[in-house]
Structure formats: C-alpha cells, structure tokens
Design a protein around this ligand. Structure first.
Ligand code: SAH
Ligand code: SF4
Length: 340
C-alpha cells in the first residue's frame, strides 16, 4: 500500500529497498506527496539565491562537464574582484539576501585571494555560499573564519566505480571527506547528484539519498545530466528530467526540512521545469547574477537557459512565475531553519 510506504518515511523508519520502491512510484503521486511535505515543513516562501559564476577555468576533467580542462573549445574567463563585487551589490539592490560564488576548480584563487574576497562580500549583510570544489580542511577553515556561511558541493554519484570512471585524477574518498569536513566546520552544507549518468542505476540513486541523509546535508540539488557535445559523454541519454524530478521528490520525502533548489538544468530540459520542481518538493531558486557577456562561456551543459538575459530580467521573470503559483519570495537569508 502506498500509504504504508509513506508512513515508513514519515516515521523515519525506512530501508534502502523502501527507497527503491519509492523511486519506482508513479511520478505524479510522488511529486504530490513531496509538495505536501514541502508545504508542511518549509511553508510557501521560496528562497532566491543570486548565482555568480566567477570563473570557468577548471583543473579537473569531469567527463560530463563543458568546463573540463580538456575542452579547448571554450573561451575561458575570470572575473576580477571588483567585477564580482559589482555582481554582489547588484544582487543586494535586487533584494537578494544571499549570493553563491561558483566556479571551476581554479587554483589562481588561492586561499588568501578567496578569503579577501569573502571579507569584502561579508561587509554587506548577506549570507555567502561558496561552490568552488575540493580544498583542504585548512582552506575550508580559513574560508569559514573569513565569513563564508555555506558551501555547495555535489557528490555527483555515490557509485564509487562510476565516480572514479567519470572523474579522472579525482578521488571519491576525498570528495566525501571534503563534505564531512565542511559539516564539521559548521558550514550549512549542500550536496547533490547528477541523474541519468551512463550506467547509473536506481539502486545507486537510492544510495545517493542515503548518503545525503547520513551526511545530514542542509541543501540537496538534484540535476538531470545533460550531455555536452564537447565531452566524452556527448552521445549519452538526453532526457533525464523525469527521473531527476522523482529523485528530488524522494529527497524531500526523506529529508523534510532541508532546502531543495529547483535546478536550472531542469528548466533547460522542460519549459517551466523550475516551476514543476517547485510544485514537487523544491523551495529554492538560484537565478543567475552573472553579467550577460560571461554567461555563454559558463557552459556546464548545452542550451543553458537565459544566456542572453540580464540579471534584472532573470529576477523579474522568476519572481512573477513564483507568484503565479501562489508562492511568495522569502525575505530571510534562507538558512535551513528559516521559515518565512
Ligand atoms: N566546480 C564546482 C562547481 C561548478 S560545477 C564543482 O564541481 O563542485 C557545478 C555543477 O554542475 C556540478 O556539481 C555538476 O553536477 C553540474 N554539471 C556539470 N556538468 C553538467 C552536465 N553536463 N549536466 C548537468 N549538470 C552538470
Ligand atoms: Fe570542473 Fe566542476 Fe566542471 Fe568538474 S564539474 S570539470 S570540477 S567545473
């Protein structure tokens, strides 16, 4: 019985096979349950976070990503600190209470550079999230002491064999260690996975969810994998929207009080994909604050939305979509415990 299974989750008494069963459910049923739980635990407010894509230079060569160092076809860029600060002040003027600094693993930004940037940004009354990949414990500690509040780093997949195949010169154990280090240091820690990677199974997606739970992640972003033509996975399966939506809904059912973004990749695969996600368990949107002239170059995957738009257009567009489904915009900084 469907209701018996949901009951196991509400009583936090479920097994991996229950999760697998959940992931095989009818999509509408799963999404409706996730929406109900979102409403009960997170309310109707949607948190907006301004995303600043400050460098597309990356030392890694993740098989799925357009920014991988082996992709010679993209034009690389780095924003100066002043350019980043302009994005931050614009975000504040648009009413954002939090920004996310995201980039490739670009070692030009050593710990000192990142710390001085954090201090400049934290002069303003906003929450700051970093998403700059794997660093040492000492670096994470320094960033925290400089004022960073949150950190986003997806595990991508907990299938170790698949992880090692897709991430040459990276180490699965180290990625896990980084996430536990971030939690230990008191960051609100976001993780997540890609859905639809070649040879990824429902079984391994269930493991991903169990990992998020074990980590006690504060935010989980679920992204449908979208093949990029200039990567080794160019010819992989293209439409992973529905599976990603189901995994996202299952995450909400499993971890009722965390923050869950309606990811940009979902909107890339479906018109109004983020609204569908907001109606299926999500409560966060991360509109792009990057200047129009750099957006095209931050091509993690093809056909990214809004690449010709400006930050003000993005915020107005998403705000009206959010209002159109009867949801409000949060005025808080969007920590896990913030409810308005
Ligand atoms: N370098 C940092 C942050 C930038 S990448 C890091 O790797 O953590 C941000 C996210 O983009 C990654 O976590 C990955 O899940 C997602 N991504 C990369 N390539 C993608 C693709 N082809 N389809 C969908 N998402 C992708
Ligand atoms: Fe670099 Fe992140 Fe892309 Fe991997 S996913 S190549 S670490 S930007």
């Amino acid at each position: 019985m469907v209701s018996d299974l949901f009951k196991k989750f509400s009583q936090k008494n479920f097994s991996k096979s229950d999760l697998i069963e959940l992931l095989h459910f009818d999509t509408n049923l799963l999404c409706a349950k996730a929406d109900e739980i979102r409403k009960k635990y997170k309310g109707n407010a949607v948190h907006l976070r301004g995303l600043i894509e400050f460098t597309n230079i990356c030392k890694n060569s993740c098989y799925y990503c357009g920014l991988r160092c082996e992709n010679k076809k993209i034009d690389r860029y780095r924003l100066t600190d002043d350019e980043i600060l302009v994005c931050v002040t614009n975000a504040i003027n648009f009413g954002y209470r939090t920004v996310v600094l995201q980039g490739g693993e670009d070692l030009f930004y050593d710990a000192d550079k990142i710390c001085s940037l954090i201090k400049r940004i934290k002069k303003y009354d906003i929450a700051l999230t970093l998403s700059i990949g794997e660093r040492t414990y000492e670096e994470y500690k320094a960033f925290k002491e400089a004022g960073a509040d949150r950190y986003l780093m997806r595990i991508e997949t907990t299938d170790e064999k698949l992880y090692q195949k897709l991430h040459p010169n990276m180490d699965f154990e180290n990625r896990k260690k980084c996430l536990y280090d971030l939690k230990k240091l008191g960051y609100e820690t976001g993780s997540g996975c890609l859905v639809g990677l070649p040879n990824q199974t429902i079984d391994s997606l269930a493991d991903d969810i169990l990992f998020f739970k074990e980590l006690n992640a504060d935010m989980i972003g679920i992204g449908p994998f979208i093949p990029h033509p200039d990567t080794p996975l160019a010819n992989a399966n293209k439409d992973n929207f529905e599976t990603a939506l189901k995994v996202m809904a299952a995450v909400r059912i499993t971890m009722p009080d965390i923050n869950i973004p309606a990811t940009t990749a979902m909107e890339t695969l479906r018109e109004n994909g983020r609204i569908i996600a907001l109606n299926s368990g999500a409560n966060v949107v991360m509109p792009n604050m990057t200047d129009t002239k750099y957006r095209k170059k931050y091509e993690l995957y093809p056909n990214k939305i809004c690449i010709n738009d400006s930050p003000d257009k993005c915020i107005n567009c998403i705000k009206s979509k959010i209002n159109s489904i009867g949801r409000t915009i949060s005025s808080s900084k969007g920590f896990r415990s913030d409810l308005d």
